[in-house]
Design a protein around this ligand. Structure first.
Ligand SMILES: Nc1ncnc2c1ncn2[C@@H]1O[C@H](COP(=O)(O)OP(=O)(O)O)[C@@H](O)[C@H]1O
Ligand SMILES: [Mg+2]
Length: 401
């Protein structure tokens, strides 16, 4: 394959290793500076110019987009996608993961462990927010920080209030997050490629530091991950819409607590700590996937007027319960069942003789008019009751009214 590695740092360890791993496997790899592209838009023919020349043809693109150039970088990646070139990570995935608030918002509806986090604007919301995440000490984070810069630990509620006020006055958006104390200056980085964790390390902060980033002096060691950590890392990557990602997790007392998902994870730390050829895994994966560029299914399937994708829910007592998919006569109404969701299971292309159960969800493509009547009116989602542990301090501070 012919691979374009997008990077502004051709001499950085990660860039060099990816190029080297590609060449070792007899692929052609070029490192292209993300900021030297011109994006051309014309009816029916999205195009790219590189250093004033029309870009030659590529089979795949591997974006390494730094936080400082997210907008331009993702625009270039999106253009590759629009030109049907396979992108190891899509623009959408990169944007999702870049912002700590956005990524936690997306993860929080799934069953993924995350530290309790709040985002507030009004001054009056600050104290209750700190209380809701468990009181002091509390973690305060800038939404787009990296390398541990922009992550603070406030020892008291007073200090937290002061820091938040200061940052907000400087027009910074901050997250207030529960301090996962039991993780004690350690965290896990799982390197995910496709649907596998190809390498993992534990980073340990040194001295008084609570941040375990290698850039903050954290020391990395290889780690054999427990299955829960492996599954969490893979699911997070999929939920964010990424294929190559570094998932950072704290070791909470009830299992993994995801802090962030990185779409351009560094290779030096993880290859050094584990001795594994992580760059090689990335290249092998891209070579295997190259024939399947990302397709925006929703967009493509809604091009025909009156047709679209929708989910049909089969509630308790519905007449679909106990019927096979064929018996539901969905096909006769010009509705195709693409996928069946049952509990945590996903059944792609379900057969016509499959019997439906209460609670099933059918992802369908077909005539919207025919599907309209089958979509239940939106049930307002009930909140789960909050179960508090008794060991928490029942003092006035940190308690909601
Ligand atoms: N809620 C938390 N509880 C305990 N430690 C944390 C928490 N959030 C972050 N840390 C520590 O700070 C480090 C940096 O946080 P992270 O959110 O990954 O920001 P960055 O993007 O700057 O790496 C983590 O690797 C971890 O060691
Ligand atoms: Mg981090």
């Amino acid at each position: 394959m012919k691979l374009a590695i997008l990077s502004c740092a051709p001499n950085a360890y990660s860039t060099r290793r990816l190029k080297e791993a590609a060449e070792q496997r007899d692929h052609q790899a070029k490192v292209l500076n993300t900021l030297k592209f011109a994006i051309d838009l014309d009816e029916g023919s999205p195009d790219l110019y590189y250093r004033q020349k029309q870009l030659s043809s590529y089979d795949a693109v591997l974006p390494r987009i730094g936080a400082s150039i997210t907008y331009y970088g993702t625009a270039v990646v999106r253009q590759f996608q629009e030109m049907d070139i396979f992108a190891a990570n899509t623009a959408h995935g990169i944007i999702n993961s870049r912002d700590k608030l956005r990524s936690l918002q997306i993860l929080s509806r799934h069953h993924i462990g995350i530290p309790r986090t709040t985002f507030v604007r009004d001054k009056r919301d600050v104290l209750p927010a700190i209380a809701r995440v468990g009181g002091a000490p509390v973690v305060i984070k800038l939404i787009e920080g990296t390398q541990g810069i922009g992550v603070l630990l406030a020892e008291t509620v007073k200090a937290a209030e002061g820091i938040i006020e200061l940052l907000q006055s400087q027009k910074q958006n901050v997250l207030i997050q529960k301090f996962v104390a039991e993780s004690k200056g350690k965290d896990i980085r799982a390197f995910v490629v496709g649907d596998q964790v190809v390498a993992a390390m534990r980073r340990v902060a040194q001295g008084q530091e609570f941040r375990s980033n290698v850039h903050r002096g954290g020391i990395a060691e290889p780690v054999e991950l427990d299955e829960r950590y492996v599954q969490t890392a893979i699911r997070c990557t999929q939920i964010m819409g990424l294929r190559v990602a570094g998932v950072d997790m704290l070791e909470g007392k009830d299992g993994p607590q995801v802090m962030e998902v990185n779409s351009s994870p560094g290779l030096e730390g993880i290859e050094t700590a584990t001795g594994l050829d992580v760059a090689g895994s990335v290249i092998d994966y891209i070579a295997a996937q190259v024939d399947f560029p990302e397709i925006d299914v929703r967009q493509r399937l809604t091009v025909s007027k009156g047709y679209g994708v929708s989910e049909i829910y089969v509630p308790e007592g519905a007449h679909f319960v106990g019927q096979t998919i064929t018996e539901t006569k969905l096909y006769e109404s010009d509705i195709n069942v693409l996928t069946l969701y049952r509990g945590g299971k996903v059944i792609p292309n379900p057969k016509g003789n499959r019997v439906l159960e209460a609670g099933d969800k059918l992802l369908c493509y077909g005539k919207l008019e025919a599907m309209r009547g089958m979509i239940p009116s939106r049930a307002r989602r009930r909140r789960k009751p909050q179960i508090q542990q008794l060991e928490t301090d029942i003092t006035a501070e940190g308690q909601a009214e």
